[in-house]
Design a protein around this ligand. Structure first.
Ligand SMILES: Nc1ncnc2c1ncn2[C@@H]1O[C@H](COP(=O)(O)OP(=O)(O)OP(=O)(O)O)[C@@H](O)[C@H]1O
Ligand SMILES: Nc1ccn([C@H]2C[C@H](O)[C@@H](COP(=O)(O)O)O2)c(=O)n1
Length: 228
């Protein structure tokens, strides 16, 4: 009998503020897996477009430029990194300007095919497996993932979490912005935000982050043990 633990691929999708990043990082750290924040990649390409004077509402211009930036993601869950053309982009990709533009850029099919290819190659080269979080991981990027999770939470809970992060932010305005971004991400033609048919849905509204992490770790353990 071998003590070797088989590599595992976990896809975690869901709307904004449901806890995908926090959960994915903690699960990956706990299980010794790599971690990939695919939203950060879409933010990175959006930041590059804005920095290079591309009109983000001009889909043809975005498509033409989509192959130019070199985006690199570091997959250590305790220190995830993202660079664009060799420059640390972890701060700039979190600005309001990028957040407001990212849904338009990420709806462009050429952007999606380029970033999807990047994501698949990162997942394929993770030595022990990886937790990949985003919007279309279970449906499009990694349809053969060993475990697919779809996180949800009420808009109120998500807005309160985000407003708590952005000290002093107005909860109602934060809620409105979240709902608007989810609607744009869910209604685009190419690989919209959606739950895969075989994903396990976890409503995090009344769960602590620790409870969500424990739930996902248990599901990974069950999959590894062959429990459906
Ligand atoms: N179960 C939970 N209970 C309370 N707060 C939580 C929970 N999960 C995450 N949070 C907090 O909610 C905020 C949003 O979490 P996180 O960034 O992980 O969400 P996300 O789904 O990745 O969001 P986005 O898609 O916008 O990047 C963070 O401040 C995080 O600490
Ligand atoms: N797999 C993904 C991940 C992200 N996006 C887009 C849509 C989001 O609004 C945006 C930013 O993601 P966040 O950092 O909030 O997780 O990126 C996507 O289309 N597909």
């Amino acid at each position: 009998m071998s003590d070797t633990v088989e590599s595992v691929i976990v896809a975690i999708d869901g709307p904004s503020g449901t806890g995908k990043s926090s959960t994915s990082k903690a699960v990956a750290a706990k299980l010794g897996l790599s971690y990939l924040d695919t939203g950060a990649q879409y933010r990175a390409i959006t930041w590059w477009m804005l920095s290079n004077g591309i009109d983000v509402d001009d889909a043809a211009a975005v498509a033409d430029a989509s192959g130019k930036p070199v985006i690199l993601s570091g997959t250590d869950p305790s220190h995830p990194t993202i660079t664009v053309d060799g420059v640390d982009a972890s701060g700039p990709i979190r600005t309001q300007e990028v957040t407001s533009a990212v849904s338009a850029v990420s709806a462009v099919p050429e952007v999606r095919s380029r970033i999807t290819e990047l994501q698949r190659s990162i997942a394929a080269s993770a030595p022990l497996g990886i937790v990949v979080e985003g919007r279309d991981i279970g449906t499009t990027v990694l349809p053969d993932a060993d475990l697919k999770i779809f996180l949800t939470a009420s808009a109120e809970a998500r807005a309160a979490r985000r407003a708590g992060e952005l000290k002093g932010a107005d909860v109602a305005a934060t809620r409105e912005a979240l709902v608007r971004r989810d609607a744009a991400d869910s209604s685009r033609k190419t690989s919209p935000l959606a739950k895969a048919d075989d994903a396990v849905e976890v409503d995090t509204t009344d769960l602590t982050l620790q409870q969500v992490v424990e739930c996902v770790v248990t599901l990974v353990d069950e999959r590894r043990a062959g429990v459906q």
